[in-house]
Ligand binder design. Structure first.
Ligand code: FES
Length: 105
């Protein structure tokens, strides 16, 4: 049985509810670009190097609040050290995103 992943996204002051399944998208930025807006930026195409895909995790999985892959280097260059600020391109679309609420920065 395919597990449904529901995400609440705050974007431009509005709330949106997105629904997907595990690995339906390569990562969270691809999901947001496909399901919400093409105005959202991904200058490095998901390499984790440009920092244009910043999101804030408002509610949900505390395990997401660490920094993985290229996040630590990119966020430190931007002087960002809040654990709930993440690069959407570095988050895989899997069960770890279930029920989270995020804000696009
Ligand atoms: S798309 Fe460049 S850091 Fe995420």
């Amino acid at each position: 049985m395919t597990s449904i992943i529901k995400i609440e996204v705050i974007y431009d002051g509005n709330s949106y509810f997105l629904q997907t399944t595990k690995h339906a998208y390569a990562n969270l930025i691809v999901l947001l670009l496909n399901e919400l807006t093409d105005e959202y930026f991904d200058d490095c195409k998901g390499m984790g190097k440009c920092g244009t895909c910043l999101i804030e995790i408002l509610e949900g999985n505390d395990d997401l609040k660490g920094q993985d892959r290229n996040e630590e280097t990119t966020l430190s260059k931007m002087n960002i050290n809040q654990p709930n600020i993440k690069l959407a391109c570095q988050l895989l679309v899997d069960e770890s995103l279930k029920g989270i609420k995020i804000r696009i920065i």
